[in-house]
Design a protein around this ligand. Sequence first.
Ligand code: HEC
Ligand code: HEC
Length: 294
Amino acid sequence: MNPITSPTTNSILAFSLLVIGIVGVTHALLMLGRNNPVHIKYFRWAHRISGYIFFILYLFISFVMLQKLSRISTPLPPKDAIHAYIGISIFPMIIIKICIVRLYKNFYRRLPIYGMIILIFVYLAVSINGGYYILSAIKSQYIILSEKGRFLKVNVNIGRKVVQQKCSTCHSLERVYAYVKTEEGWRNYVSRMRAKDPAILSDQEVLQAVGYLVKNLGIDDAKMDVELGMRIILEKCHKCHTLERIFTFKKTQVEWAKTIELMRSFDPNLLNNSETKQVNYYLSEVLAKKKGES
Ligand code: HEC
Ligand code: HEC
């Protein structure tokens, strides 16, 4: 189910492919360009070895990428589609080059050009995704989540993409952004969503989505936050009456708590317990009647 290599490993493999390609092409150019017969054996040997390694590594990366592609059920974003097309087109170019070496020696003198073209394609394919991945990994925000007893650092920026791409396949993202939840709440939601279509998210993506959701739409029951309480009220309390109904009132803390319980009895799905705490905190801080006020 899960890919055999992580995105970080894939980036490292891709950059290794580029480096080996550069080594191979450089040796071919030094050998043919200088016309210096002294070290020709060494250059030919180095070029050949790097060629074999390049081909094997290319096949391995293609295998990993095809495996990844076969798991994706949503349309590829343009960047990934370009990456995939460039990556696939390298294959026939390698085959042509091998054919020339083995069968069509008349074209031999053009080989360095073909080598360089392949190298440029590798560069394009690697930089559009691997390079992007590394840049975004450097710039990203992280959140620590515990997973099966281990603590994992989760990339929030990748989580945002996962949510934007995967959580919008069945319903609008509005439905996602209308909620704030505790970490446990989001974990439950994401597993419930995954249960509807298990192929849509990998384990890694589940964790990344949860990381993003907790970071941006999370509630921490241990941390009361006036702004969050207000956000929840603005988001949820206008379904049955105007918000004026709320903000023109002054009540004591106990009266507010009772009002909120009443509202929850009108609509049991209105607020979960964590949201209720934050709303009550906002009301008691901002809209509470102080002692002595009428
Ligand atoms: C396979 C289709 C599918 C995918 C993918 C999906 N959802 Fe849902 N989602 C549903 C359905 C169906 C419902 C309504 C039934 C329910 O609540 O279980 C729903 C309801 C929800 C709700 C409650 C909305 C409401 O108004 O009650 C939230 C929040 C939510 N999804 C979040 C997410 C998140 C976050 C993701 C991405 C990790 C996601 N969904 C991906 C099918 C999906
Ligand atoms: C499901 C519909 C519904 C939702 C959603 C709703 N309310 Fe109400 N609310 C009502 C109704 C019905 C009344 C009138 C009840 C009454 O007058 O006894 C009311 C009245 C009120 C009042 C006036 C109560 C008073 O003492 O006169 C306040 C304040 C209030 N709501 C706050 C909120 C807040 C805060 C939220 C969001 C957490 C909210 N409501 C969400 C249905 C709703």
